[in-house]
Design a protein around this ligand. Sequence first.
Ligand SMILES: Nc1ncnc2c1ncn2[C@@H]1O[C@H](COP(=O)(O)OP(=O)(O)OP(=O)(O)O)[C@@H](O)[C@H]1O
Ligand SMILES: [Mg+2]
Length: 377
Amino acid sequence: MTSDQPEHARTGSETLRTGSEPAPTGTDVVLEARGVTKHFPLRRTARDLFARERRSVHAVDDVSLRLRRGTVTALVGESGSGKSTVARLLAQLYPLTSGEIRLGGEPVAAGRGGSFRRYVRRVQLIFQDPFASLNPVHTVRYHLTRALKIHGRAGNGKAELEENLAALLGRVQLTPPQQFLDKFPHELSGGQRQRVAIARALGADPQVLLADEPVSMLDVSIRLGVLNLLRDLKERLHLAILYITHDIASARYFADTTLVMYAGRIVEGGDSERVTQHPAHPYTQLLIASAPDPDRIAADEDQEETGTGEPPSLITPPAGCRFHPRCPQAMERCRTELPPRFDLPQGQWAACWLYEGAAANGTEPVAVRTVAKEATR
Ligand SMILES: Nc1ncnc2c1ncn2[C@@H]1O[C@H](COP(=O)(O)OP(=O)(O)OP(=O)(O)O)[C@@H](O)[C@H]1O
Ligand SMILES: [Mg+2]
């Protein structure tokens, strides 16, 4: 937002919150998933007629996470690991197979109509492709006005609406607003389109933003600007942000907390700096080893190509730890017993048998440079 814009733009009884205003008080955890599971049943085939159970894609299994006010939580994992499904479950776009979602400490019941609208007002989803999420036949003004009206925040009369539209665009640093309001999506750059999509989400005055790969379709040169904008919104509006990405390096830069997902389960979590610099789970180590890093290439010129293998089938996921078929450190029990979450120093944790009793005996994950070298051998 530019400094000459009003701190508060009145919308009837509502006020568009701006940076300097304190966010509503309450519990630090805004949105929470507890043991959330989603299985997508497969269409029946002749073979299934004789099967006892209907086969399904185990897209998300027993996922628990907490999104805190004024905090970015990254959810990192390779394609098909279930990241978008988690975002859609948190946005109430799919019913849960099991588990529970809590907003502001209260369990949310899957519903439509009024209860769904109230939920959406507080939890907004931003998609990867802003071109697909904005209607090409409508202007920026139309998209933002509609969002404000749906959420009862358009204000009284034309002047207030204009003020609120300008405030929304200011918040995503599209200024002066007159330059953008009457543009169509195709007249904007990719970064500007994503900013409009973010402004539309802010039109609801949400507490939570679920950003599903918000920069992966953008040119590398403008990604940082959009991430910085999201960080600015986190700080000024105290938003809880879920940042979904393939790119663990951006999680280190942008997120406070990082969760790593593999084949439908969260396998590691903790402070982003810890998880990216001292990854504990062999899968996180593999992710980091396969991310391009000029320093590491220079240091380890003799390294061989990373042997990464293939992600498993989610219809019949491997027993025990789902990563065991690819894990260079797999032990016998990993093939049969699902590892629970083991706590490590400094709030980090990993679902890996290597760390059984780690908190008690002070086991520390090794530093990233050593790990990367080991994992690429
Ligand atoms: N509506 C659906 N019906 C059936 N299967 C689905 C559905 N949505 C997702 N899946 C399956 O669930 C698994 C997880 O998909 P999801 O899109 O959540 O992964 P992702 O981590 O977001 O992947 P990407 O990084 O490619 O976006 C995949 O195997 C996918 O095919
Ligand atoms: Mg996805």
